[in-house]
Design a protein around this ligand. Structure first.
Ligand code: RM4
Ligand code: MN
Ligand code: MN
Length: 397
């Protein structure tokens, strides 16, 4: 059994741990070859918030939901009243706001990086209206991901596009209130396969620094080349006070959007460890938005989300078990084997009994998945939604 300090460390960690759910994680999604429809998938913002509310109800650590403007607020600012009311109805709040400047036809050759001034302006207007939506909904973070790039060498002026991004992000920053933040996400490739305008953390960092004091970098764990040391990026961004948030998911090859920790739980643990070690060393809380960016096309959506959140809690709790004092001494003395073991001991601990203990203390179910399965919610929404979901389009062709 655990000693009291371990117990305390885990309780303290979980008391402050929150992770945001993505609205799009409850809808039917697929691959570029087609969609596999699920009878219980959510189609409306009401259904998405209702499903997210279930995940929060059983896990207790997901009070907010990230929204994609085009998918969730198709009428922009006009939709904020009804969306805010629905969030209250389902016991969640509106989290980060994600503008969508990648789906509409005009963005074929880019958004803020498009050579056409008119299209750059259209993209910026959409971002402006997303900032206004965030203000109305009381959400702090504007989460920016751009699909901009090109497929063939020589077809675009990379330097011009960088300057256009600089201009656009500065203008967006100017539009924000002081208490809002802009998170700049990077991704090495896809949908563009030759160059991507914001391809890595260095580019995102430079653009964020240039945009203004409330712009930070967003690390999507699936947006790196194989073998990249993600926790080193995290450590650097923490040290520079430039780490704004995460999009969590797991991957085997590229941006696979698999369930967090399903492929490499030690990777997630190492990220959490860098954060908690930083907090221990500096005695200050890192202001980081933990968000999930996953869409499960085969697993049941709500169950997969509960599985994700449970895994995140476990890996965070394991990271909270690291003996920081001891580790710092071992690092200083270059006691390599002992330092590594210090980290691995925490990773190897079974924290599940203590998490159950914490949940019971919070009045939460000790087994979130089981509680959800017992609740009858899935059967109810399956009956309500299946006919409609069957009738929806299943192919992109
Ligand atoms: C991208 C990126 C963004 C997400 C879109 C849908 O790959 O991860 O964060 O909003 O997908
Ligand atoms: Mn993402
Ligand atoms: Mn992605």
């Amino acid at each position: 059994m655990f000693t009291t300090p371990q117990n305390e460390a885990i309780h303290r960690a979980l008391d402050q741990f929150h992770i945001e759910l993505p609205s799009w994680g409850f809808a039917n999604t697929g691959t570029r070859f087609g969609k596999f429809l699920q009878p219980a998938a959510a189609a409306t913002i009401e259904e998405k918030l209702s499903d997210a509310g279930q995940v929060h109800r059983h896990t207790g650590v997901c009070p907010s939901v990230a929204l994609h403007v085009l998918w969730d607020l198709p009428n922009g600012v006009q939709d904020t009243g009804s969306v805010a009311a629905l969030a209250v109805k389902y016991g969640v709040s509106c989290g980060s706001i994600n503008p969508n400047v990648f789906q509409d036809q005009q963005y074929k050759y880019g958004s803020l990086g498009n050579p056409d001034r008119e299209i750059r302006k259209e993209a910026l207007d959409h971002i402006f209206s997303s900032i206004d939506i965030a203000k109305r909904l009381g959400s702090r973070d504007l989460s920016l991901w751009f699909a901009d790039g090109s497929n063939y060498p020589g077809t675009q002026n990379i330097r011009h596009r960088r300057k256009w991004f600089q201009e656009g992000l500065r203008a967006a920053h100017e539009r924000m209130r002081k208490d809002q933040r802009m998170l700049v996400e990077y991704k090495p490739f896809e949908p563009a396969f030759y160059h991507t305008d914001i391809a890595d953390w260095g580019m995102a960092l430079l653009l964020a620094k240039d945009a203004g004091p409330n712009a930070k970098v967003l690390v999507d764990t699936g947006h790196h080349y194989q073998a990249q040391n993600i926790e080193q990026i995290v450590a650097w961004l923490l040290d520079l006070d430039m780490l704004g948030g995460f999009h969590f998911n797991d991957r085997r090859y590229a941006d696979d959007d698999l369930t967090l920790g399903s492929i490499d739980p030690y990777q997630v643990f190492r990220i959490f460890h860098e954060i908690l070690h930083f907090e221990w060393e500096t005695r200050k809380r890192a202001d980081i938005a933990y968000m999930i960016d996953q869409s499960h096309n085969l697993k049941g959506k709500i169950e997969a989300m509960i599985q994700t959140v449970t895994t995140a809690m476990e890996l965070y709790a394991k990271a909270a078990l690291v003996d920081h004092e001891k580790l710092a001494t071992l690092q200083q003395r270059c006691q390599l084997v002992d330092a590594e073991s210090c980290l691995k001991d925490a990773f190897s601990s079974d924290v599940r009994p203590l998490i159950r203990d914490w949940a019971a203390g919070q009045g939460l179910p000790v087994d979130a998945m089981d509680a959800f399965r017992q609740s009858g919610y899935l059967e109810r929404i399956t009956a309500e939604r299946s006919a409609r979901n069957q009738a929806s389009v299943s192919s992109y062709a």
